[in-house]
Design a protein around this ligand. Structure first.
Ligand code: SDX
Length: 394
């Protein structure tokens, strides 16, 4: 009857989420985990100690850390039947597809840690996820390259255990390289949490419905896979290798600026940092450390990255849009030098971010006022109208 609704959104503020875990000041380039600056943690802490900090709010004393480390170490194995999942994937499946497909299924094996109302079960689920993610990730990698799975070893630290499961082969003894183990540990510290980014918000939204923690983490992995988010490390390295040499940079920059050419400088820009991403500084240091270890300080891709960064940081287009390198700009070169294929880059990001996701999920679960999430909408569709039978339509 043509009656027109006057649209009244009826709300002014969008709901912000309260958290005590991570603080970012995007203008100042500050990142704190429970109040500790990321550069100090990257330099002095370990990933497992950061896991304890994010989950419990305080750094552990020696006894607390030993108990935590033992609990994680003794839960790194997977149920024997879990391995049969992998046979269902094509050999050329992207490891992130395998991660999305298998992590949610942990709920089918560990019923004693899916009751979200039981604090003890929530803690068991958190520790199981932190413990088992490297084992699942390493299996996804081994499956994609047709090599036999390698079981975790309890005498190894977290990063060394992960590296060994990825790179050891039955044909010879595997020697842990302490520089690579430390590099992986710092990589995971830098990626552990990042406030309410897209994938963390996905985990919180899924968790607000009461879904089990394994399914919630699987939803976070799915969101992280996108090239604008966790997939940027793979996209950034592909971009640097596509540019190839320093001589090709000016043409590439021209194309990025061309409004008709929809390409972006991957590894640059951020939803929050409108200054240097403090993690990018630490990642650049890590990159140099790893390239030195493998004798590739003159790596051509690193040369392109450093020249590209220098040009972009002095170019009006990027400066006016406050586009600075983010954590993904140097992480791809670093991971490639550590021996990982690009298909594993976002998987490694997901393994590290699991502790942030599960800490944020736990924080939400412990908030009794928490209701099911429902992001606001502004309706811009047609106003009220009557149905027209098909014979009378134009
Ligand atoms: C991560 O949120 C998190 O915390 C994420 C993360 C985490 O730890 O969880 O930090 C991890 O996701 C890091 C970001 C990784 N993504 C990339 O590196 C992909 C490339 N970057 C962009 O696509 C982009 O910068 C975003 C998505 C990261 C942020 O985008 P914004 O802040 O929403 O900016 P925008 O898309 O609105 O762009 C603003 C302007 C636009 O130009 P104009 O329309 O004004 O002319 O800046 C331009 C954009 O075209 N722009 C870029 C650019 N990023 C933005 N131009 C070229 N290259 C880029 N990288």
């Amino acid at each position: 009857d043509g009656k027109v609704f006057t649209y009244d959104p009826g709300f002014t503020s969008t709901a912000a989420c309260e958290s005590q875990i991570t603080y970012i000041d995007g203008d100042e380039g500050v990142l704190l985990y429970r109040g500790y600056p990321i550069d100090q943690l990257a330099e002095k802490s370990s990933f497992l100690e950061v896991c304890y900090l994010l989950a419990n709010g305080e750094l552990p004393n020696e006894g607390e850390f030993k108990r935590f480390e033992k609990d994680i170490t003794y839960h790194t194995m997977l149920h024997a039947q879990f391995d049969r999942f992998f046979d269902g994937f094509r050999r050329d499946a992207h490891p992130m597809a395998i991660m999305v497909g298998t992590v949610g299924a942990l709920a089918a094996f560990y019923h004693d840690s899916t009751d979200i109302n039981d604090r003890k079960q929530r803690t068991i689920a958190s520790h199981r996820l932190i413990a088992k993610m490297p084992t699942i990730a390493a299996r996804a990698f081994k499956y994609s390259i047709g090599q036999p799975f390698v079981s975790p070893r309890n005498e190894l630290d977290y990063a060394s255990n992960f590296l060994r499961q990825c790179f050891a082969v039955p044909a010879e003894d595997y020697k842990i390289n302490p520089v690579m183990a430390r590099a992986l540990d710092v990589f995971m510290i830098l990626h552990a949490d990042h406030e309410q980014n897209a994938s963390t918000s996905t985990v919180r939204l899924a968790g607000s419905s009461g879904a089990n923690p394994f399914a919630c983490i699987s939803s976070g992995i799915a969101c992280l896979w996108g090239p604008a988010h966790g997939g940027a490390n793979e996209a950034a390295l592909n971009m640097l290798e596509e540019i190839g040499t320093v001589d090709n940079i000016p043409e590439f920059i021209r194309r990025v600026k061309d409004p008709n050419d929809d390409i972006r400088l991957m590894g640059f820009g951020h939803r929050v940092y409108k200054n240097y991403d403090p993690r990018a500084t630490a990642m650049q240091k890590l990159c140099h450390m790893v390239l030195k270890e493998v004798g590739a300080e003159d790596n051509p891709t690193l040369k392109v990255a450093m020249e590209l960064e220098k040009i972009a940081l002095n170019d009006e287009y990027f400066v006016s849009r406050k586009l600075y390198p983010n954590i993904d700009f140097y992480s791809g070169i670093t991971l490639r030098a550590m021996g990982f294929p690009t298909s594993m880059f976002t998987v490694l990001f997901a393994v590290a971010r699991t502790v942030g996701w599960i800490a944020q999920w736990t924080e939400m679960m412990e908030d009794d006022s928490q209701k099911i999430g429902r992001p606001r909408q502004v309706y811009t569709g047609p106003t009220l109208r009557a149905y027209v039978p098909v014979g009378q339509r134009k």
